[in-house]
Design a binder for this molecule. Structure first.
Ligand SMILES: Cc1cc2nc3c(=O)[nH]c(=O)nc-3n(C[C@H](O)[C@H](O)[C@H](O)COP(=O)(O)OP(=O)(O)OC[C@H]3O[C@@H](n4cnc5c(N)ncnc54)[C@H](O)[C@@H]3O)c2cc1C
Length: 388
């Protein structure tokens, strides 16, 4: 099914094997704030490396796997089968950076990130600027041979693990004044401090604190690309991440359908397995049909990237798969929790955990509303024929 090559199936099977090793740790992670004992975490990371599942999106020349977009989606689909973000050990470092990184940036940040020795986080969103990235107020002011950065960033995912942050800011002064630039800030750095670490619905080891950057000095060599290009990289990152979100949502729905079907075959109520009660069977049938549709569209969109489809079409299709797969995973989690009955509301149940975890997939990397706007804009410009 889905016409996968031997190499594609190899990626999928290796990733599935790792996901199956991660799944037994979910409940322990749930009980411990998303964290695993350090020796277990280490061992699983080594497994991930041995299975060649880290940095699938990065070029071989930098130590990555050089996988196709379809293969990356196959790997992230398996990562998505696991709750508590344990699958995030199948990392996808900042591939968008490769074309514009200076040799110094490659050696200092990119190559060690691919090798798993460094970790990045993204400081873009602000209290008054989320969907509307153009409304950012953080600033970058030229100062001698560098810049001074100021701003308060929200939801900085993985800040507690990261040892550098991408910081997006509005340039003050100079020929590109008013436009955005992206900077790399090493962590810790003087002037960077956590304002607050709010609790979120999911239970994962990666925190999302509010972080203040106060008069943080960086040399010019910490700027990514040219002055004024900051927004381009943010959009490149979003586009890529929309594929990865879609893939993980397909994986989540796959696991939910497996587990809920197994339960419904075994659980007896009214003298027969509940799957034979048509109202329960119908919930599973809806999830199966939507999963089939989501997976088919994910693979087709990924193949489009591999075949060099028009970037505008890729952009719209990334939005369509992110929109559909994230909303589909939400419905699948809700139905699975219903099929499990009271058990579906207990934290040691997979459907309960996914019900909380997949909710954010409709929010981050562009909300469902923003995806719809992108698709509608492309429909207005090109008509439906090139997009669907
Ligand atoms: C757990 C988590 C982790 C995150 N990690 C990161 C991170 O690592 N780095 C980072 O920079 N950001 C991160 N974010 C931020 C995330 O990308 C934003 O929350 C998201 O883009 C939405 O922005 P907002 O929260 O400001 O909502 P808003 O933009 O204020 O939107 C509020 C509501 O209005 C709707 N809306 C907004 N504009 C429009 C419009 N033009 N048309 C129709 N409806 C609209 C939205 O769809 C939404 O329903 C994270 C968020 C969460 C929850």
């Amino acid at each position: 099914m889905y016409e996968l090559s031997d190499a594609d199936r190899g990626y999928r099977e290796r990733a599935r094997a790792l996901a199956d090793e991660l799944i037994p740790w979910e409940q322990e992670a749930e009980a411990a704030g998303g964290r695993l004992p350090p020796e277990v975490d280490d061992e699983l990371r080594h497994r991930c490396e041995d299975l060649r599942l880290r940095a699938t999106n990065m070029p071989v020349a930098l130590g990555g796997q050089g996988a196709t977009m379809l293969q990356q989606a196959l790997v992230q689909e398996q990562a998505g089968r696991v709750t508590n973000a344990l699958g995030w050990i199948m990392t996808t470092p900042p591939g968008w950076w490769v074309p514009v990184a200076t040799p110094e940036q490659v050696e200092r940040w990119l190559r060690p990130t691919v090798a798993g020795a460094r970790e990045e986080c993204y400081a873009i969103t602000e209290e008054q600027a989320g969907s509307d990235v153009a409304a950012l107020t953080a600033t970058a002011r030229r100062d001698g041979d560098g810049y001074v950065l100021d701003g308060v960033k929200w939801h900085v995912t993985s800040f507690n693990h990261a040892d550098y942050a991408f910081f997006q800011a509005v340039l003050q002064g100079g020929p590109a004044a008013g436009r955005h630039a992206l900077f790399v800030v090493d962590l810790p750095s003087e002037g960077v401090s956590v304002v607050r670490t709010p609790a979120y619905s999911h239970t994962i080891a990666h925190e999302h604190p509010i972080v203040a950057f106060h008069h943080v000095r960086v040399p010019e060599s910490h700027r990514v690309g040219d002055e004024g290009d900051g927004m381009t990289y943010a959009y490149d990152w979003f586009r890529f991440e929309r594929f990865m979100v879609a893939a993980r949502c397909v994986g989540a729905a796959d696991r939910l359908l497996d587990e809920a079907t197994a339960f419904a075959r075994e659980r007896v109520a009214g003298g027969r397995p509940i799957i034979e009660h048509q109202l329960v069977g119908a919930m599973l049938a809806d999830s199966a049909a939507e999963l089939f549709a989501a997976r088919a569209m994910l693979y087709e969109a990924a193949r489009g990237v591999d075949q060099g489809r028009d970037p505008k079409v890729q952009h719209a299709q990334a939005s369509m798969i992110k929109l559909y797969c994230s909303e589909m995973a939400g419905r699948a989690a809700d139905r699975a929790a219903q099929v499990f009955g009271g058990r579906g509301y207990m934290r040691d149940n997979v459907a309960e955990r996914f019900s909380r975890e997949v909710r954010v997939e409709r929010i981050w990397e562009g909300t469902s509303e923003i995806q719809r706007l992108i698709v509608a804009q492309q429909l207005a410009k090109r008509g439906p024929a090139s997009l669907v």
